[in-house]
Design a binder for this molecule. Structure first.
Ligand code: URA
Length: 239
């Protein structure tokens, strides 16, 4: 593929802007400045540098972010900053979307991609990939609440009770649960229906991909990383 087209496909601007980037000497390949925007290159596995960043050509891109508190998962946020401001501009420009959403006050693992099939498989398919959450609750966690979450709780506006795949008390006012649904405020509503109230919520895992077991690089709040084929495999996804 032509270098200017490669850059455009990766979110570095319009055709014209990408040609200018190259002509201005902003693009390096294997440490050498390349000034011909029309040079034909094999894009597969191509690594290039722009400014201080090193980029790798990918047909589709998959990203994991450790979402901090106080960020909205909307491109046009109303009251807070957008999670999209935490990603480099070219990723946003090439059209990555968050895979489902987390509430403003929820922290933890949030995935992004420009692969519509992936987003559907993880967040919208009937049989969704599991999500693991840790909640700090207002009241002490009671066995009856765990039992209710496992048996299924009836939520307003839902036709049937929704059950956690697993739920366990992990502290006096802390519980972990795994669910495979992705409805609005679901965990908070389930815990409320079980008789408690969520004060803080953290998503530590999506499928077998976890912020806590070494399956991902260590990510502090606001950090992001690319997802490689081995990570996608842990989500049961093959591009
Ligand atoms: N459930 C919630 O209630 N909030 C989230 O952010 C995610 C799941």
């Amino acid at each position: 593929m032509q270098l200017d087209k490669i850059l455009q496909s990766q979110g570095f601007g319009s055709h014209k802007e990408c040609r200018k980037l190259v002509r201005d000497g902003e693009v390096k390949i294997k440490g050498e400045v390349v000034t011909d925007p029309f040079i034909e290159l094999d894009e597969n596995g191509l690594v290039f540098e722009i400014g201080e960043w090193e980029w790798e050509y990918t047909e589709k891109v998959y990203v994991a972010l450790c979402k901090p508190e106080g960020y909205e998962c909307s491109q046009k946020p109303k009251h807070h900053e957008s999670v999209y401001h935490l990603l480099p501009e070219p990723l946003v420009a090439r059209g990555v979307q968050s895979v489902g959403r987390l509430d403003v006050d929820t922290t933890g693992l949030l995935l992004f991609s420009d692969d519509g099939q992936f987003i559907h498989a993880i967040a919208h398919a009937k049989k969704q990939v599991t999500k693991g959450y840790r909640a700090i609750t207002a009241q002490p966690v009671e066995d009856a609440q765990i039992e209710a979450l496992l048996a299924g709780v009836q939520l307003i506006d839902e036709p049937e009770p929704i059950a956690a795949l697993s739920a366990r008390k992990t502290g006096e006012r802390e519980l972990e649960l795994v669910i495979d649904h992705g409805k609005y405020h679901l965990v908070k509503r389930m815990i409320a229906a079980a008789g408690n109230h969520v004060e803080r919520l953290h998503r530590f895992a999506v499928g077998q991909l976890s912020l806590e077991d070494g399956s991902l690089p260590e990510l502090e709040p606001t950090d992001w990383c690319y997802l490689r084929p081995k990570h996608l495999a842990l989500l049961g996804y093959q591009p």
